[in-house]
Design a protein around this ligand. Structure first.
Ligand code: SAM
Length: 261
């Protein structure tokens, strides 16, 4: 293929047909379902997805890839050229009637977190996201309390989604070959959220602030908060303000946040 691969867009295209099949088959999709693909590239995965459902919307930032993607447009897919992060996705998907919504992507790694945040903030009623992510990111998303990988993203995503690692993908499966290995994960929208919150905004701000400096205690990271209230909540769990955020589970954070709001 004649393409000038753009590193700045995270362009590492999958060349392993088995892996492409495994990704496309990792959720059951019927032709009533709507699929969003972020970053179709030259269409390796798109080719598999359109066989599952013609209700397929792809967002691709690089217009140089048009010549590879036109064929899927002629088969019924909608290709939107532009930055996924700037799209009014709700408006676009409202043009469709569908049963379930799936988002499937071999993600451009430089914007993994902003993409997941957009899906959450836009309140897309997605049933399942199947994402290729950097192996380290998958480890972070599945991290247990008290481990080095556990951070605010772990908790943020755990609130909305049940995270599962599906399988690893070796760097040799891509062209050009990236410097990292990858993992396919599934983010299944929870029917009931992990915890009940009085105010989601306060909860997410609290988590972000609590992890500002990983090695610092809550007392230091949460200086601007009402520490008396936080201290009282921690007491219930036999903890004090010298604890670090990485040692608090989502229930304790929810309890603190609800006491503050
Ligand atoms: N799906 C293809 C595959 O599996 O071979 C390509 C995957 S490649 C890792 C990531 C793709 O996302 C590239 O085609 C890149 O141009 C595209 N991309 C990067 N940033 C984007 C953005 N902000 N919005 C939409 N697409 C983007």
């Amino acid at each position: 293929m004649e393409h000038n691969f753009k590193k700045k867009y995270g362009q590492n295209f999958l060349k392993d047909n088995n892996i492409l099949d495994k990704i496309a088959n990792s959720v059951e999709i019927s032709n009533d379902d709507l699929i969003i693909e972020i970053g179709p590239g030259s269409g390796a995965l798109t080719e598999k997805l359109i066989k599952k459902s013609k209700k397929l919307i792809c967002f691709e930032i690089d217009t140089d890839l048009k010549k590879y993607l036109e064929i899927y447009e002629s088969m019924g897919a909608k290709i939107v050229y532009g930055d996924f992060l700037k799209q009014n996705v709700i408006e676009i998907i409202n043009e469709y009637k569908y049963k379930n919504l799936y988002i499937i992507a071999n993600l451009p790694y430089y914007i993994t977190t902003p993409i997941i945040e957009k899906i959450i903030n836009d309140k897309l009623l997605v049933d399942n996201c199947i994402f290729m992510v950097q192996k380290e990111v998958a480890d972070r998303l599945k991290a247990k309390v008290g481990t080095k990988q556990y951070n605010s993203l772990t908790i943020f995503i755990d609130y909305y989604f049940e995270v599962n690692k599906l399988f690893d993908v070796n760097r040799n499966s891509f062209y050009p070959k990236p410097n990292v290995d990858s993992t396919i994960i599934s983010l299944k929208k929870r029917k009931n959220y992990r915890v009940t919150l009085n105010n989601e905004k306060i909860f997410f701000k609290l988590i972000r602030d609590a992890f500002t400096y990983k090695r610092k205690t809550l007392r230091n990271n949460l200086k601007s908060y009402n520490l008396d209230i936080i201290s009282k909540v921690l007491e219930k769990y036999n903890l004090d303000l010298n604890v670090r955020a990485e040692n608090l589970n989502i229930e304790i954070f929810a309890d603190i946040s609800n006491s503050l709001s």
